[in-house]
Design a protein around this ligand. Structure first.
Ligand code: HEC
Length: 119
């Protein structure tokens, strides 16, 4: 009985993954710039942020939809632009990434392309 339940829940998981692969924001919709940003994000940022930028990660908050301005502030200076309310006010746990300055447009393109507005 337990085994049947375990198999059923595995099947449920597989179905969820199958759906996720067709969800808006999957690779098929990303242009070249966003794909470049995806590669950087999935290599560098997911050490702390979620592989799905719409969700909070182990250490860093969700960051889908980030503007170039926000990324420039956070990656280069460790601060958010004037008027922006940070998701983790007062925290300064994220390192600076000055070497990624030239990649900010790509990161912004990726994070904006995968943003989901529905829950
Ligand atoms: C060492 C862990 C770590 C890494 C690696 C990291 N971040 Fe963060 N990030 C954080 C934490 C923690 C915060 C919350 C604010 C803080 O503590 O500085 C944050 C906040 C942010 C925010 C601001 C979110 C908001 O709206 O307030 C953005 C945007 C962001 N990170 C983007 C990135 C990108 C892009 C990368 C990869 C280039 C990256 N982060 C890599 C830990 C990390």
């Amino acid at each position: 009985m337990l085994a049947v339940k375990a198999i059923a829940s595995l099947l449920g998981l597989a179905a969820t993954w199958g759906l996720a692969a067709c969800a808006p924001g999957s690779d098929a919709e990303l242009d070249a710039l966003a794909l470049q940003g995806e590669e950087i994000y999935q290599n560098v940022c997911i050490a702390c942020h979620n592989g799905d930028p719409n969700k909070d990660g182990a250490i860093g908050p969700a960051n889908a939809g980030s503007s170039e301005d926000l990324l420039r502030g956070v990656l280069l200076r460790g601060e958010v632009p004037p008027g922006y309310t940070p998701k983790r006010p007062g925290s300064n746990a994220m390192p600076r990434f000055p070497e990624l300055e030239g990649d900010i447009p790509a990161l912004a393109a990726y994070l904006q392309a995968v943003e989901r507005t529905e829950p």
